[in-house]
Write a protein that binds this ligand. Structure first.
Ligand code: PGA
Ligand code: ZN
Length: 436
């Protein structure tokens, strides 16, 4: 495809620098400048509870900075990637990303690193939007980009993000019944505030976990669910009608080979036991979405749980699908999950992430664009969610500016769209969970 903007979008300068993420760890920021002088900039995030089939996040190893430095990834961007993409059109994302993939030439981006590739892929999209003089969401989606996502917001953070204080990783709320994104955020703010007051009243103020959710001082996983319902009620919302619960079990973190070890409760379950436990929770609590209910190596368990509960429940594959169109097709063939989590750094280019979403749509799966636990002020994913019309957005909790930056960016876009803005609401879910 030739650039619609002619030579103006020709890439003339690429530079990567080391910046720092919300855990104080090094990460890659890339800057792309075009012939017309348009500049795009993006920072890649990093996960802590990663799927084993994710593209490789290239780190230097060794002693310094815990082995997490990114000098190798920076050198790739400033060296061979810069040379390879020079002269390409920033607004031909497909050609640019194909060039990066071809240059890396490994199945999992282990040579150049998904972090070096994605930084350039995203920075180029920002530069392209600047060339065209429109915000990124509009550049990606055109006049159809009017759908504001349902936010999935963490209230208690556990698992790998809280020293494994609870086995379940994310206890979240969703407000599909709100009228606007801004209203959903306001409702969420009330629930988050009341959850904090409740923890304080219990003498359990231990600060917040990696993504800003309250530190989960509970004796069982179920106590966190009870506290979440109580917080929704104290905030004067009707649980399950106005504000509902979404979980990320992140079961790959404590399950392998069909055995699941719930350390907090000192018990071990098989896949059937996990399904029974989750089914009990679904019956008892207003849960509308469960991510990674089973481990990434348990496609069969995933399929069984989807058959049992997936008609009315959103069942999300994160570690299971790692934003891969190929893995999504395999899972769909087995009937596993009905929704895909989309994290661009699980793949390494915007094009592959978008292809996964396109595959999902054609197979009847819903989608959620997601941040990582190690984030920054970068708000690219908000533009992806709206530009691609995905309908749901998960960026952690309602505290810490790397999270708030995303919610605030979506508020700005909703305001800018004015009367054209449409809140995804119930329609975002592949199934209608509120009618259960
Ligand atoms: P991660 O976790 O970013 O630490 O991998 C987020 C998630 O599991 O959704
Ligand atoms: Zn997850």
């Amino acid at each position: 495809m030739r650039s619609a903007a002619g030579n103006a979008s020709e890439i003339r300068f690429v530079h990567a620098r080391r910046v720092w993420d919300s855990r104080g760890r090094p990460t890659v920021e890339a800057e792309v400048r075009t012939l017309s002088g348009a500049v795009g900039r993006a920072i890649v995030p990093a996960g802590a509870s990663r799927g084993t089939r994710e593209a490789i996040d290239l780190r230097d190893g060794g002693q310094r900075l815990g082995g997490l430095d990114v000098q190798g990834a920076l050198a790739h961007v400033n060296g061979e990637i810069a040379r390879a993409v020079m002269g390409l059109a920033a607004d031909d994302q497909l050609a640019l990303d194909e060039r990066l993939i071809e240059l890396d030439d490994t199945p999992n981006r282990s040579r150049l690193g998904a972090n070096s590739m994605l930084a350039v892929s995203m920075a180029a999209s920002h530069a392209a939007a600047a060339v065209h003089g429109v915000p990124l969401y509009q550049y990606l989606g055109g006049p159809d980009a009017v759908l504001l996502p349902v936010p999935q917001v963490q209230i208690f953070g556990g698992g790998a993000h809280a020293g494994r204080r609870t086995d379940v990783q994310d206890y979240m709320v969703v407000c599909p019944g709100a009228r606007t994104f801004a209203q959903a955020i306001e409702w969420t703010a009330e629930v988050y505030r009341h959850a904090g007051l409740m923890m304080q009243a219990r003498g359990a103020t231990f600060g917040v976990a990696d993504e800003g959710g309250w530190w989960p001082v509970f004796n069982t996983n179920e106590q966190a669910l009870e506290a979440l319902v109580a917080a929704i009620e104290r905030a004067r919302f009707v649980p399950g009608e106005q504000v509902a619960i979404a979980l990320d079990v992140a079961a790959s973190e404590f399950g392998k080979g069909g055995r699941y070890t719930l350390a907090l409760e000192r018990r071990e379950l098989d896949a059937d036991g996990m399904c029974e436990l989750l089914t009990r929770w679904i019956e008892k609590y207003p849960i509308v979405s469960i991510e990674d209910p089973l481990a990434e190596d348990d496609l069969e368990g995933f399929a069984r749980f989807t058959r049992a509960a997936g008609k009315s429940l959103q069942i999300v594959g994160d570690d299971l699908l790692v934003s891969s169109a190929a893995l999504l097709r395999q899972a769909a063939a087995r009937g596993a999950a009905n929704t895909v989590l989309l994290k661009p750094n699980q793949r390494g280019t915007l094009t592959e992430t978008r292809q996964c979403w396109q595959a999902a749509r054609s197979l009847g799966y819903a989608g959620i664009v997601s941040a990582r636990s190690g984030e920054t002020e970068d708000t690219t994913i908000v533009h992806l969610a709206i530009g691609w019309g995905v309908g749901q957005l998960k960026v952690g909790s309602f505290a810490r500016s790397e999270r708030m930056a995303k919610w605030n960016e979506a508020l700005r876009i909703e305001e800018r769209l004015g009367a054209r803005a449409r809140y995804a609401g119930m329609g975002a879910f592949g199934r209608n969970p509120m009618t259960r």
